[in-house]
Design a protein around this ligand. Structure first.
Ligand SMILES: Nc1ncnc2c1ncn2[C@@H]1O[C@H](COP(=O)(O)OP(=O)(O)OP(=O)(O)O)[C@@H](O)[C@H]1O
Ligand SMILES: [Mg+2]
Length: 307
């Protein structure tokens, strides 16, 4: 449904996108996960024709968005990273403004404004100026504005940054509802928890390039990241640590804990436990840290996803 082909974009001499390509199927929830400055907003802005690439193209249903701007505008909703609302207008007036830009007929628009205000739990505050809203409420209206023309595709650029947990949960519920109703969603985030929770497929973006792509499982398997078994011991001493380290080379020791790294948790967990007891070590607690997107990112780039 969406094909992104070799997008390149420089700001002055800075190469923000170095050739970004990916495809999204109808109804798919696609996540672009990457740290600050990776190129997420630049990619989304080009996909929404807010920004022109230096080269490359964006096809929606086979149509180039630059040669068929009206068709793509009709079916795409865009939630920008920077909140785009008029503070001196009420929520309702803001929605009238944005709905008008998308040419939604008046009677229809009135109905849809009611619907989105209900969906985002803001019906009672509809007559209040946006300047009196909390950050989370502004975010909710920012998303609502992108849904008024009932798009089939929505691009959301970090829609949950800097908001309270209640607004975040409400936004999550709405997003899940939209997705289960068949909407195609492209979602950028630097929160790995969000990418893991929602996305059918994830593109990991860093330094203007997609460095890995796939389902969560595929990304976990393809990376060299290992699972970690953290065992806390009672009365751990140097002698016991040495014995343990002699049978398990790939481990680290700090205080009363030993971190065992493994690429085959299922078979190796019981082996590690029995060898610890052979070494006379008294196990107090066992914690298993599965490979997540943070560790995948770390293994690919050598740096943390979040600063
Ligand atoms: N208008 C601009 N002028 C100059 N450089 C820019 C401009 N917009 C973005 N950049 C640079 O391009 C790179 C990619 O920026 P972009 O905003 O796409 O990243 P991002 O992944 O959205 O980051 P964030 O998580 O902070 O939103 C960054 O190095 C940024 O500083
Ligand atoms: Mg951004």
């Amino acid at each position: 449904m969406i094909a992104i082909k070799d997008l390149k974009k420089s700001y002055n001499s800075h190469e923000a996108l170095k050739g970004i390509s990916f495809n999204i199927k109808e109804g798919e929830f696609y996540g672009l996960l990457g740290p600050n400055g990776a190129g997420k907003t630049t990619t989304i802005s080009i996909m929404s024709s807010i920004l022109t690439p230096d080269s490359g193209e964006v096809l929606i249903n086979g149509n180039n968005i630059y040669t068929h701007p009206n068709e793509s505008k009709r079916i795409i909703g865009v939630v920008p990273q920077e909140i785009a609302l008029y503070n001196e207008l009420t929520a309702e007036e803001n929605l009238w403004f944005w709905g008008g830009l998308y040419d939604v007929p008046k009677t229809e628009l009135k109905k849809r404004i009611d619907e989105v205000l209900t969906l985002f739990g803001l019906s009672e505050r509809r007559k209040d100026k946006v300047s009196t809203y909390s950050g989370g409420m502004k975010r909710r209206i920012n998303i609502a504005a992108a849904l008024l023309h009932q798009p089939r595709i929505v691009f959301m650029d970090e829609p949950t940054v800097g908001i309270d947990p209640q607004s975040r949960n409400l936004i999550f519920e709405v997003i899940e509802k939209l997705h289960s109703n068949g909407m195609t969603i492209v979602y950028t985030t630097h929160y790995m928890e969000e990418a893991e929770r929602f996305c059918d497929r994830i593109g990991i973006i860093d330094n203007g390039q997609i460095i890995a792509e796939g389902t969560l499982d595929e990304l976990r398997k393809s990376s060299s990241a290992k699972e970690t078994i953290v065992i806390t011991f009672n009365n751990l001493n140097d002698d016991k640590v040495q014995k343990i380290q002699s049978f398990w080379k790939d481990c680290n020791h700090t205080d009363d804990k030993i971190y065992f790294y493994t690429s085959d948790l299922k078979t190796e967990l019981s082996k590690i436990i029995s060898q610890c007891s052979d070494a006379g070590a008294d196990i107090h607690n066992i914690e298993i840290k599965k490979v997540n997107l943070e560790t995948v990112f770390l293994s690919l780039t050598g740096k943390q996803l979040r600063d």
